[in-house]
Design a protein around this ligand. Sequence first.
Ligand code: ADP
Ligand code: MG
Ligand code: ZN
Length: 592
Amino acid sequence: MKSNKNIIYFIIGLIFIMLFYQYFLPFDTKIKSTTLSEVATQIKEGKVEKIQVEGSKIIAELKDGTKLETYKESSANLSDYGIDINNVAVSVNDPNKGALWLNLLSIFLPVILIGFFLFMILKSSQGANMRAMSFGKSTARLFRGVKKVTFKDVAGAKESKEELIEVVQFLKNPEKFKAIGAEIPKGVLLAGPPGTGKTLLAKAVAGEAGVPFFSISASEFVEMFVGVGAARVRDLFLKAKKNAPAILFIDELDAVGRQRGTGLGGSHDEREQTLNQILVEMDGFETDEKVIVIASTNRPDVLDPALLRPGRFDRRVMMGLPDKNDRLEILKIHTQNKKMKKNINLDHIAAVTIGFSGADLRNLANEAAICAARNNKTTIDNLDFNHAIEKIALGPERKSRVITEKERKITAYHEAGHAVVSHYLENTDDVHKISIISRGMAMGYTWTRPIEDKYLHSEEKFKDEICALLAGRVTEEMVFKSVSTGASNDLREATKIAKNMVTIYGMSEKIGLVSLGERDEMVFLGRELAEHKIHSEKVAGIVDAEISRIISDAKKRSLLILKKNLKSLKKVAEALLKHETLEGSEFAKLVS
Ligand code: ADP
Ligand code: MG
Ligand code: ZN
């Protein structure tokens, strides 16, 4: 396309140059235009060397070299004007002769140009055809023998790594497994939350396996044209088989591997065809074909069951959020090439970053380095890490946001309410920091933080959490006798917890131990609608009533605690208004 443009510019330039020559060059600067009688006088005086007649145009060349130009009626003779042609040399040019090539050009140029443009158009549409023909080719990238990422670069995730190391062994040394009669696995599905290192692990496999590694993102299967996805899958598997033993990596498999027949969610047939093709190809492997498919997804729950049956992705590797030791290892990897102060306690940082994924931790190390650089430090210190943790956990500070004194006061009491109620409840996390400085969307924040990784949550904990979430709003009601919009997020969170308690965790007596299995994500609206039909309107009504009951119980409890500890509440709120931010220890002193 670009070269086409260049040619067009070239042609336009050429036309301009030609026009320039045609119009400007004949104007000899020495030529003066004058009257016919002037020329006649000059001739009479014998000053003229020669004259040239070109149709009606007369150019007289004087003996001193200057040229005069004038016009006569084209039918008239020179003698009609009193010019004696015996006194001077006269040459007559055919006026049309010189312009002949120009005339020809003016006839043919448009034809040539039109022809040229037609040619270009034809050519470019042919190019599009060519591109359409190659749509069916997969866009997978082949990594052969690039040894960039290795298992060493993936911290933690020990079990997942072991599974994959085994897969690599299969490929490197298939005889050992075949001798016993073990079949080579066909597919490995890496499943886990975003940022837990699924793609990284797959890259490590590529680095370690020493066999061709084809990588493609599932979304690349799907194009504007129906049928492309299936064709690409076919092509991809063909390529892999040709290069066997090989590994084929499909990233974000859920883009095409969603459960079929869910209706909504943009399921035009294309995705299903692509998925079907994947299923067919995975079945089609002959038993001794050494192609292993690795796929990653963060929604294994929405994948089509057909993908997960033995013989396809029969191995599932779960990648969980890292625990404390894993976080420490990940931090070590990502702080390796950063200049760190000696006294930095990575162990402590790993301990307080509960809930951070590998990607978060990498981001944390980077944010800390940026923070240090911004403050013109040469090494990263603990302060930078604290800043970075807060930024990632709570969003960036917005100190410049202008709020009125009244808003400030409301915010202070709102946050103090959260903190005080959290403090007096048994099952909530410790208050780590309170602030009335805006962060992200929030006007202020109360940051509570668990002390250790927890995998099971009790009903009491959920109830207490709801209590603490409602406390901000309850405080506003109690202190100011009016309510603001500031609590909308709290209410949403509280409702979500209450809903999960009722519908997923079986924590409501009225509903009982029934899982109503709702997934609250928009994408799965289709399935959710279908699911809703399974439960009667009556059950839905009870669910709603139960949620309201849990919320209003929590509200009552919250109010009780606040009334009992009004003094503490006031102290904390006043301190917040004065200092804007309170650390956990300062808060503990105020309420003890
Ligand atoms: P996803 O699971 O969403 O595919 P990625 O593999 O893309 O996550 O991880 C993003 C980044 O986070 C990686 O490039 C890596 O730098 C970092 N990371 C995640 N998990 C780990 C880990 N276990 N060890 C080291 N780095 C990790
Ligand atoms: Mg990924
Ligand atoms: Zn709040």
